[in-house]
Design a protein around this ligand. Sequence first.
Ligand SMILES: Cc1cc2nc3c(=O)[nH]c(=O)nc-3n(C[C@H](O)[C@H](O)[C@H](O)COP(=O)(O)O)c2cc1C
Length: 402
Amino acid sequence: MNIIYSTRNFVLRLSYRFIAKPLVFLWEPEDAHDKLKSLGKFMSSNFLFRGISRLLFSYRNQRLNTVVDGIQYDNPIGLSAGFDKDGELTKMYPCISFGFAELGSFTGQVCPGNPGRRLWRLKKSKSILVWYGLNNQGAERIAQRLAKARFKLPIGISAAKTNNTDCFDIDRSIADYMTTYRAFRDIGDYYTINISCPNTQDGEPFADPDNLGKLFEAINRERVPNKPVYVKIAADMSIDEVNSIVDTVLRYKIDGMVLANLTKPRDNPEVFKDEVPYPKGAMSGLPLQKIATNLVRHIHQRAQGKITLIAVGGIFTARDAYEKITSGAHLCQMITGMIFDGPQVMAEINQGLVKYLKKDGLNTISEAVGLRNPLDERFASPLLQQHSDTGRITSITGKKAA
Ligand SMILES: Cc1cc2nc3c(=O)[nH]c(=O)nc-3n(C[C@H](O)[C@H](O)[C@H](O)COP(=O)(O)O)c2cc1C
């Protein structure tokens, strides 16, 4: 059976590379995105087309099944936030080998995003320069549409703050997040609180631990049972800034972190400078790959495996995903790999992950989490130290030592 999947994926990869991609890349990226979304909606509109999509793009293997925070995933490879900003393609994702999908980011108010051109492909750097600014139809309208949907895979709800002013007001901002939080109480399986959109008018004020603590307090007052809350952080932070966010996550018993959002600096060695066409925006893909892996490695140690880590940034191959998992990630997400290498890439990655598990003599993904990054208590957050001294460590998720 494996040989059949490998041959199918190989043929699809070549077809994408030499036929579909050259045509798709003739369109401007936002135009191409809209057209491919329409194709995805069409292909997921009825049983027959979904069946064809499954034949072409699905891959399943029991070794990939994993449970994280009580949620069952068929495989650990998910769609990252930003591809499906209005939650319109949920029927398609299980057909193309995604194990879960994070929708949004949704905002409390309708948000048109930034004006003008907003996406550029950086082909040599295998990256997308993004200047969207959180465009979406607004949480309440999207929630109304999704209220009756039956999802065939776990769904994450990414909540961000409406990007409509350069003047930060903490109470108004928290209320904005809470509008989305409440609207999706009964929809989806987990929340991601996105505090790290690099393209907003008022910056990233919730990277400040005091502001973040207040946001977490508001969420904790209305915490939905059995629905984990994760926080998505920026890629470009100092170690001290990262540590204070991790400590805030531990202090407020947030379930985990998504690592990481787009990266801004253009002096990144992975970025071909002659390619960057616009002074604003931030980059996905290869320029983010090492940064995201390093964040996973560091935070796995700082939190001593006590919180869930979802790794995202520059995953193109099974090797990239396995590196993130063995560094400490429980789940992975991706967008750019699918755009540059084709819709068969999730099946390829999942098939490759099974090979890596077998090679390491492992039966499940959870056994691989943190395998190449053994926990060392010297790197633990002082907060964990205090908690363990007072015996409270188990009250923080307390279950995921790799
Ligand atoms: C076109 C585009 C739009 C994005 N919009 C969002 C967003 O709305 N919310 C969010 O949390 N991340 C957003 N991101 C960031 C991705 O979720 C992800 O963190 C990043 O692209 C790195 O993954 P990748 O290298 O696999 O693309 C966006 C990324 C892209 C490429």
